[in-house]
Design a protein around this ligand. Sequence first.
Ligand code: ADP
Length: 192
Amino acid sequence: MRLILLGPPGAGKGTQAARLTQKHGIPQLSTGDMLRAAVKAGTPIGLQAKAVMDAGGLVSDEIVVGIIADRIQEPDCKAGFILDGFPRTVAQAQALDTILAKMTMGLDSIVELKVDESALLARIENRAKETIAAGGTVRADDNPESFKIRLDAYRQQTAPVSAYYASKGTLRTVDGMAPIDEVSKALDKIIG
Ligand code: ADP
């Protein structure tokens, strides 16, 4: 099963992807997590990506497409995967189509979590508070300044990705304002 979860920062993609991973035994491929791991490890990609990520901008298509192209060829992706945070631009979506076509693979479901923009900042602030309470380190981009830029990037570069899949007739939407369990149920219905 190959899935894409779309939606703005704070929509709950990561939460739902983690649940789907448990349920279906397929990996969650979060480009955000992979890039943060690269930053932490100080790899060349991490060094290149850090400043733009901290500020809330998007890393280059070339870098993230390269990361995903390699990752989906790993053995644990044979039975499928959940893409979380990718594709984030129409160019990335087109590159993904090309990669999958070469592997003679398709996508099973593309689901957008719809959330009111006015709820997003509070969710991000809440995540930061919970992280601190759990003794963790808050993401460098989970602050109001970077969030504003992340939301702008979403509006300008990622919202067109939903339109791209909608025009192919493959986009489904779920109400991401509903409680977490309700969102999971709605996703289960679509995914089957
Ligand atoms: P969010 O919670 O905002 O959805 P992520 O954890 O998915 O955040 O990503 C954090 C940051 O990593 C993004 O703001 C961006 O800088 C970078 N990033 C992640 N995925 C991509 C991508 N597909 N294309 C470009 N940049 C990305």
